[in-house]
Design a protein around this ligand. Structure first.
Ligand code: AMP
Ligand code: MG
Length: 267
């Protein structure tokens, strides 16, 4: 099974059903082995990416609290070389960030060629959190869908390959995870009182995600909805989708120069 990109402008369902573990993924143990394989494959593809320095890869994660953004980042890249990864988490903008345009901090974190950039939240908060919490007038955030599409198109024209994953959890699963978090002394530090405010705004967030996904899933920067009630399924589907994209780039190791190879005789 592979994830299909969201079709721009087409209807999209973001109900609880789409968050469930897809049956066709089969048995949990088989899936764990398959994930292991995909992680190793990603590591190999990343090695070529680092060597060739032809492309940069940007992987964006969005999702509600407890949807598994941190878990996905930890797991999907398990077989990768940390030297070639750059993770950036975007929280509430600082005073300095707010004094700039909203893409300023984003652009500064775009990975250079040869690297995988991983975004834990992104510029999409500027059409999601900002919209739902009324942090900017409607006119301001409405204009951003087109600005974001243009920004992402400019990046891809400059060798940045973009994939965007929406980690979709059901309301019941989020409840379980938030309760688990509160009960676990090793996890409850993650909890913010505000997480519950966002949960109360569930349908407003769904509407904001719906617009972001359907307006900004483009040929050059597709959105994928990841069923995320199952962590293994989530990790597998993301890793497999990343691998498919990286394979399509046909990354090659650069050829060593003959004069370099000739050095062998002098060792
Ligand atoms: P966390 O990911 O749990 O550390 O939380 C980060 C918080 O920052 C979330 O509540 C986001 O909605 C919020 N956030 C991130 N980017 C923005 C933004 N551009 N404007 C407003 N809030 C944001
Ligand atoms: Mg959080």
């Amino acid at each position: 099974m592979i994830l299909k990109p969201v079709r721009q402008g087409a209807a999209l369902s973001l109900s609880d059903r789409e968050a469930r573990r897809p049956k066709e993924l089969g048995d949990k143990n088989v899936l764990k082995d398959a994930l292991d394989e995909e992680q190793k494959k990603l590591g190999k593809l990343q090695d070529r990416l680092m060597a060739g320095k032809q492309k940069a890869v940007l992987v964006i994660f969005q999702g509600r609290d407890a949807s598994g953004k941190d878990g996905a980042i930890k797991n999907v890249f398990d077989g990768c070389n940390p030297q070639g990864c750059r993770v950036t988490s975007f929280g509430v903008p600082t005073a300095l960030e707010l004094s700039h345009d909203y893409l300023w901090r984003i652009h500064a974190a775009i990975p250079p060629r040869g690297y995988i950039g991983i975004f834990n939240r992104s510029h999409y908060e500027d059409v999601i959190a900002v919209r739902v919490k009324k942090l900017a007038p409607e006119k301001t955030w409405r204009a951003r869908y087109a600005q974001i599409n243009n920004f992402e198109r400019m990046l891809t024209a400059n060798d940045v390959v973009i994939l965007k994953f929406f980690l979709h959890v059901s309301k019941a699963e989020q409840r379980e995870r938030l309760i688990d978090r509160l009960e676990d002394p090793e996890e409850n530090w993650k909890f913010r009182a505000g997480d519950l405010d966002d949960r109360k705004l569930w349908s407003s967030f769904t509407a904001a995600y719906y617009d972001a996904l359907t307006r900004c899933s483009t040929k050059w920067a597709p959105w994928y909805v990841v069923p995320s009630d199952s962590k293994t399924a989530r990790n597998y589907l993301i890793t497999r989708t990343l691998n498919k994209t990286l394979e399509s780039l046909k990354l090659r190791y650069p050829k060593a120069k003959p004069e370099v190879l000739a050095l062998k005789a002098s060792i």
